[in-house]
Design a protein around this ligand. Structure first.
Ligand SMILES: CC(C)(COP(=O)(O)OP(=O)(O)OC[C@H]1O[C@@H](n2cnc3c(N)ncnc32)[C@H](O)[C@@H]1OP(=O)(O)O)[C@@H](O)C(=O)NCCC(=O)NCCS
Length: 299
């Protein structure tokens, strides 16, 4: 068995095991792991600087003018000098003013009993996607799209154009929404210390009319708040069944086979760089052959 297949099986086992451990215990366990990793990183005496990060990003092909969607784990990189801000600065300095930096501003659905519906606040709803996107979300000038579950945060050229209209799409990953624009604009995806579980662009193909699995719920109402203005929109999310049964990491082997992804070392972890256009086209082709991240036979 090859190295990739072994690590895929290990990840897949971890994912299955998670289904049997209550969420509260998983959270407590992860918090212990996180603390231990952080202490180990500090004790190692190795400090990851902006220069270290930029060398790795440049080696990965990041250039001035690039559009890049970054999913990340700060702790897995190692001990980063000045934390999340250094990672953000490193990326922004390379892509420059003509580039566009995008991060997931995804959030948990928040039900307001008084209003009798879900509520999302563009300025205040925090993201669960980690310390780097949360710091990015709070930066001056960063724009955030209006999706109660999968909003994107963006800074740079065409940031406004990217985030526009997320509140009007059929599902969060629709081709006419921000994710579809990233595909058409040939963005790069960076998985910084994380695997395909964090690679949200693998849901873009689910917007195709022939996608064989019903993955989205019916529409529900959400109150959107933006700078004191309020409006009600309709949104969909993934069904619980689709979330529990999918295995995003099966895409690792296809990405390598189709040369849609490079893997490089960065600090203590790996950086996966994916060409979104090749990736989505590849997933589209696989879907037409009946291969998706969902088990065969689920409808
Ligand atoms: C969940 C996830 C964010 C956890 O990663 P993580 O590295 O443990 O946590 P963060 O990235 O939030 O980094 C914060 C942690 O880094 C560590 N840390 C603190 N300062 C640090 C520094 N200067 N340098 C390095 N690590 C540091 C701490 O352990 C900190 O945890 P704390 O906030 O509880 O103290 C990550 O596994 C993940 O999945 N990321 C992708 C999310 C995503 O894009 N999802 C999209 C699909 S759902």
């Amino acid at each position: 068995m090859g190295k990739i297949e072994k690590s895929r099986q290990a990840r897949s086992f971890k994912e299955r095991a998670k289904k049997y451990i209550p969420l509260s215990i998983q959270k407590r366990l992860y918090s212990i792991i996180k603390k231990a990793r952080h202490i180990k990183n500090i004790k190692s005496g190795r400090v990851i600087t902006k220069k270290h990060l930029q060398n790795a990003f440049r080696q990965a092909g990041l250039k001035s003018g690039n559009i890049v969607l970054v999913h990340s784990s700060l702790g897995r990189i190692g001990h980063v000098e000045n934390g999340p801000e250094t990672v953000i600065d490193a990326l922004l300095e390379i892509i420059g003013k003509s580039g566009l930096l995008v991060m997931p501003g995804f959030s948990a659905l928040n039900y307001d009993k008084k209003r009798n519906m879900y509520v999302f606040d563009v300025q205040d709803t925090p993201t669960y996607t980690g310390a780097i996107p949360e710091a990015f979300r709070k930066r001056n000038g960063v724009k955030r799209s209006m999706s109660p579950t999968h909003s994107l945060c963006a800074f740079g050229k065409n940031a406004g154009k990217l985030i526009e209209g997320h509140d009007k799409v059929d599902n969060p990953f629709a081709m006419n929404g921000p994710f579809g624009k990233l595909y058409r604009w040939k963005a790069k995806i960076m998985l910084l210390g994380v695997d395909h579980l964090a690679n949200s662009s693998l849901h873009i193909v689910e917007d195709k009319p022939y996608f064989p699995v019903k993955v989205f719920t019916e529409k529900f109402r959400v109150l959107m708040k933006d700078n004191g203005k309020e409006k009600i929109i309709e949104a969909r999310r993934h069904t619980d069944h689709s979330r529990k049964t999918r295995d995003p990491n099966i895409m690792e082997k296809y990405c390598l086979r189709h040369k849609a992804m490079k893997i490089l070392k960065i600090g203590n972890t790996e950086l996966r760089v994916i060409d979104i256009k090749k990736f989505v086209d590849m997933m589209d082709g696989l879907c037409k052959r009946g291969i998706t991240i969902y088990p065969a036979g689920i409808k």
